[in-house]
Design a protein around this ligand. Structure first.
Ligand code: SAM
Length: 253
């Protein structure tokens, strides 16, 4: 049920059938669609009705976007602000939310599948394997936006967790050399370009080849790196389904 004038909607990684049902419902009912055209598949915007006004944001500023959101909502229109992946990750929704709270306009947020989830699914892998790795870190290399010092790649890499690097293709050489100080050079890295788009390209390479492969492939945008010991072949099994392990729903066998 749609009750707020504005919805921030996660479009998922690209393929229209990776939208949630709730996201699709919002798109179908939108009078105005303000969408991140640099990263969202245009096929997803086709779900909107014919009369829906579609506005691209790639050339707009925060002020432009906020003015539009507020104006259209005040005109009584149903507005969808469509972001790629999950809106809570690197979507810059926080500054839009602050503006809407200030303007006293109600909104909701509809989650989407993030690029790291679509990549793991594509590889048919779990990122949290008992006895191997139980933590996933989502971060980015420090570029123009910067990363707080306490979250620098050196520190994150020291955990040897399943590490998902967004927005990092332009800094891949630097990232690789920092990662090699902590992960073994054979650690598998998934390089995931435009996962779930028709031209998706995904490679599983050892960490020592992460930069070389990216440079050869000329990857600078829409690339996710997933560095993880969990991407190795393993026969480890969980306690959850072990006959020796009992829990609330199953006795020891
Ligand atoms: C501005 S961030 C937005 C992330 C998005 N909110 C998410 O949850 O996936 C854009 C970055 O996300 C990653 N990304 C987004 N879509 C992708 C896709 N289809 N394939 C690979 N990486 C993707 C890339 O690292 C890209 O540089």
């Amino acid at each position: 049920m749609i009750t707020t004038p504005i919805a921030f909607v996660g479009a998922g990684p690209g393929a229209p059938d990776l939208l949630t049902i709730r996201a699709a419902e919002h798109l179908k009912k939108a009078d105005v669609l303000i969408w991140t055209d640099s990263l969202v598949n245009p096929q997803i915007t086709d779900l909107a009705k014919k009369s829906c006004e579609k506005i691209r944001t790639s050339s707009l500023t925060l002020e432009n976007i906020l003015n539009l959101l507020i104006k259209k909502a005040q005109e009584g229109k149903k507005v969808v602000r469509l972001h790629d992946g999950d809106p809570c990750l690197y979507g810059a929704i926080s500054e839009q939310i602050s503006g809407l709270i200030h303007a006293k306009i109600d909104f909701e947020v509809i989650p989407g599948i993030s690029a790291y989830q679509a990549t793991a699914a594509n590889l048919k892998r779990e990122l949290t394997i008992p006895g191997i790795v139980q933590t996933i870190i989502l971060s980015r290399a420090s570029g123009r936006t910067g990363v707080p010092k306490k979250e620098c790649l050196e520190r994150l890499a020291s955990h040897r967790a399943s590490l998902c690097l967004y927005l990092s293709a332009r800094h891949v050489e630097e990232a690789q050399s920092v990662l090699l100080e902590h992960y073994p050079e054979e650690t598998p890295v998934a390089i995931s370009y435009r996962v779930s788009w028709p031209d998706q390209w995904i490679a599983l390479v050892p960490l020592r080849e992460m930069a070389k492969t990216s440079i050869q492939k000329k990857l600078i945008r829409t690339t996710l790196y997933l560095i993880s010991p969990a991407l190795e072949e393993t026969t480890m099994r969980s306690k959850l389904y072990s006959p020796e392990h009992d829990h609330l729903f199953r006795q020891k066998q």
